[in-house]
Design a protein around this ligand. Structure first.
Ligand SMILES: O=P(O)(O)OC[C@H]1O[C@H](O[C@H]2O[C@H](CO)[C@@H](O)[C@H](O)[C@H]2O)[C@H](O)[C@@H](O)[C@@H]1O
Length: 260
């Protein structure tokens, strides 16, 4: 569906499980990945919501788990990172897809070499995945795209993951839809109706899984999507979170409560 409803859906904490993308959804887009932050008021909302829905709340992001923990400190949520290549389940166990050492070393070396010749581009290495950013050098978008395409031809273990002013290389077979599906198999999530809020191409596989489960898929911002709902921007996501959590009783919402 290309023209989803522009209204916040009705959800109830008893019945729903909540999944949030990070960049462009909980955190406003910044010029560089390391400039991103989630306002403390939003972290408080996430904690309230998590407690209110029996801890059936997870982040599903392209970022590594370590960065997600840092961005949401002091929370320690179930997480899917690197588009699903890493996942920390409800029990805290980390599941991780890795690349053979020689592959990741060779990819990294080749990417570094070429991107060094394209001033303003930025390479983010996540071990088993690589983000080639051109937000600050849009004139090199085509060169970056060509480089990424060459790498996936050379290394069949990798596939392209397009994003906002970025082309990523991630392990084949990994996506947010699968990560979301895996969370929904866990006792704490299963039986609930999934709600997933995301803004980017990588979130579409998550929206697909949510739709198949009769859940609520919410696209943030413009662009084609299979989500059924839309929110205008990050600020609207924040306002929705505030509204959802303001209905909670005080005794379920205090900071510092053990999340599981
Ligand atoms: O799945 P997400 O949580 O949305 O993460 C997707 C990628 O987000 C980051 O890059 C994007 O945000 C940056 C900061 O706002 C921005 O500078 C960049 O242009 C965007 O592409 C992050 O750096 C990637 O690792 C994530 O995969």
């Amino acid at each position: 569906m290309n023209h989803p409803a522009v209204i916040a859906p009705v959800v109830t904490l008893d019945n729903h499980a909540f999944f949030f993308d990070v960049d462009g959804t909980l955190a406003a887009i910044q010029s560089r990945p390391d400039e991103v932050f989630i306002p403390s008021s939003v972290i408080t909302c996430l904690q309230k919501l998590s407690v209110g829905c029996g801890n059936a709340l997870a982040l599903v992001s392209g970022r590594p788990l370590s960065e997600l923990d840092a961005l949401t400190a002091p929370l320690r949520l179930p997480l899917a990172g690197v588009h699903g290549a890493e996942r920390r389940d409800v029990a805290g166990k980390v599941h991780c897809i890795s690349l053979p050492d020689e592959v990741s070393k060779s990819v990294l070396q080749q990417l570094r070499q070429v991107l060094a010749t394209l001033p303003g581009t930025l390479l983010e290495s996540k071990g088993m995945a690589f983000a080639l950013h051109f937000r600050n050098a849009p004139e090199y978008a085509d060169e970056v795209q060509d480089l990424a395409e060459k790498m996936v031809m050379q290394f069949p273990q990798l596939v392209l993951q397009p994003g906002k002013c970025v082309v990523e290389l991630k392990p084949k077979g990994v996506d947010k839809g699968l990560a979301l599906h895996q969370f929904m198999q866990e006792a704490l999530f299963s039986g609930r109706i999934p709600v997933f809020v995301g803004d980017d191409v990588t979130d579409e596989t998550g929206f697909g899984v949510v739709n198949a489960l009769g859940g609520v898929a919410i696209k943030v911002g413009q662009g084609q999507t299979q989500a059924s709902f839309r929110m205008d921007n990050v600020e609207e996501v924040h306002r929705w979170l505030e509204k959802l959590t303001s209905q909670l009783h005080q005794d379920t919402t205090f900071i510092g409560k053990e999340l599981r």
